[in-house]
Design a protein around this ligand. Structure first.
Ligand SMILES: [Ca+2]
Ligand SMILES: [Ca+2]
Ligand SMILES: [Ca+2]
Ligand SMILES: [Ca+2]
Length: 490
């Protein structure tokens, strides 16, 4: 690069009307003016030196805090003896300045000082499909971007620049121009499925792998624009804790992080997963969400039990009375029914007195095995076993009241049932209340009778005016009662 060239800007950036501030990555070799013009501060000998530390130009918008960085690739002229200026120092076009004529670059030959030249560019992006992206001003040699660029579609262009005189004679060898399109973050991460289905057995330990979700970003994965990070936004239901799962932020692998998965309580969880580019930066990154549905699969962790009634009555003599029993298991088949019903071996009289018959998978009948059983209350231990691979069983107690029955098979010794139903204390209390009530009634009747008799006696002997007073005095003096009446009669 000659001294004269150093006085001219070799690339000029435009601010697109924004109040941006330009910065240059190697201020010792280059400088950038406020108007976007880039000057070489020293002599750039070879492109290889520049390629080792690429020249980066940063534009910052102080108002919105947005920043744009673009890279200028410097390559040597095809032949330094040729006087085409910096034709091989191509601009790097950026995706986000799509419709702006940016950056412009003059392709000029020193020959045009003497004669008029006409410039042109050829290759894909110029005269070959996709045509017209790059245009060159024929007289000034200014190269510009004329159409939107999309790195995700075409990441670089190879153009050739030509200079001919007015007679059509080639005055320079054609120059190669490589234009690399700098990636901009113009694509959101996209999940490959909107709904992801996974499953995990209940009771799994923390750290158990569940599933992996995947999102893709069309931007350059070598830049932050295409570097994704995952996170769980929400979990529904938040039971037994709000953080039952965690996600590997780079791989999207979901694992359990807490104990307490119980299908019988929460058979399914729904997670909202978010993927964000710019390495998960919440301020600048673009995000998208998907749903992960995690089914909790059944494990045999519940023994079967009686469905409801565990207390019943039966006649002393067998037939036709059999007791129906049904069982229920919190698990799903085959960890639940069909069930096996069995009388316990102990106490020994259980199997001697009773028999059990399975009617269906979850239904059996208990009946008397012997011809007669004394009235009373019997607790029958029944072992119920489920069909799980590792079966679970449970001993449930059936409380049977054996009673005398009439011809219809109904219990006749109702007083026993009442006695059994009410506690001794309650019965005593009721009897005491009745006795107290009877005493009160008796006292009232006696008092009424005595009053009537007194009245009849006084009416005959004493003046009616003094009657009441005298009666009271007498009552006070002698304490009242039967004696008074008796002495009065005498
Ligand atoms: Ca992106
Ligand atoms: Ca992009
Ligand atoms: Ca079970
Ligand atoms: Ca279960």
């Amino acid at each position: 690069m000659s001294e004269k060239e150093k006085q001219k800007p070799f690339v000029r950036f435009v601010d697109c009307g924004r109040p941006v501030r330009f910065e240059c990555s190697s201020p010792t070799d280059f400088r950038i003016e406020a108007d976007g013009a880039v000057y070489a501060a020293g002599t750039v000998q070879h492109a290889a030196a520049a390629a080792a530390s690429p020249l980066l130009i940063k534009a910052s918008d102080a108002a919105t805090l947005q920043q744009w960085v673009t890279r200028v690739v410097l390559t040597a002229s095809a032949d330094s003896s040729q006087q085409v200026q910096q034709v091989a120092a191509p601009p790097v076009a950026s995706e986000d300045l799509k419709e702006i004529v940016f950056p412009s670059r003059n392709i000029r030959s020193d020959h045009d000082k003497n004669r008029s030249l006409r410039y042109s560019v050829t290759g894909p992006g110029a005269d070959q499909p996709p045509t017209g992206i790059f245009i060159i001003e024929p007289i000034s040699g200014e190269l510009s971007v004329n159409k939107p660029l999309d790195r995700e579609h075409i990441s670089n262009f190879h153009l050739r620049a030509h200079a001919v005189d007015l007679n059509g004679n080639q005055v320079e060898n054609p120059i190669d121009i490589v234009i690399n399109v700098i990636d901009m973050n113009d694509n959101r991460p996209e999940f490959t499925h909107q709904i992801w289905n996974g499953s995990v057995p209940e009771g799994s330990k923390p750290g158990t792998f569940v599933m992996t979700v995947t999102s893709v970003d069309k931007d350059d994965p070598k830049t932050a624009n295409g570097m994704l990070r995952y996170k769980i936004l929400s979990q529904n239901p938040e039971s037994p804790t709000s953080n039952m799962f965690t996600i590997n932020n780079k791989t999207g692998g979901i694992i359990t992080v807490a104990a307490g998965l119980d299908r019988e309580k929460v058979p399914q969880y729904t997670l909202i997963i978010q993927a964000t580019d710019m390495e998960g930066n919440p301020m600048y990154g673009l995000s998208n969400t998907a749903t992960a549905v995690i089914r909790v699969t059944d494990v045999n962790d519940n023994p079967p039990e009686f469905t409801a009634e565990t207390e019943t009555e039966v006649c002393q003599k067998p037939e036709p009375n059999a007791i129906n029993i049904t069982a229920l298991d919190g698990d799903l088949n085959p960890n639940a029914g069909p069930f096996a019903f069995e009388l316990a071996h102990r106490p020994s009289d259980v199997r001697r007195n009773w028999t059990i018959t399975r009617v269906s998978g979850d239904y059996a009948q208990v009946s008397l095995r012997i011809g007669f059983l004394e009235s009373g209350i019997y607790e029958i231990p029944i072992i119920i076993t489920d069909s799980g691979n590792l079966p679970m069983s449970n001993t449930s107690y059936l409380r049977i009241k054996v009673c005398q029955c009439d011809v219809n098979g109904d219990c006749t010794d109702q007083q026993h049932i009442m006695a059994a139903g009410l506690g001794t204390g309650a019965i005593i209390s009721i009897l005491l209340c009745i006795i107290i009530l009877l005493i009160l009634v008796l006292m009232f009747v006696v008092w009424m009778k005595r009053r009537d008799k007194e009245r009849q006696a006084k009416q005959l002997l004493i003046d009616p005016e003094d009657d009441v007073r005298d009666n009271i005095l007498k009552y006070d003096e002698e304490g009242g009662g039967e004696e008074d009446q008796v002495s009065g009669r005498r």
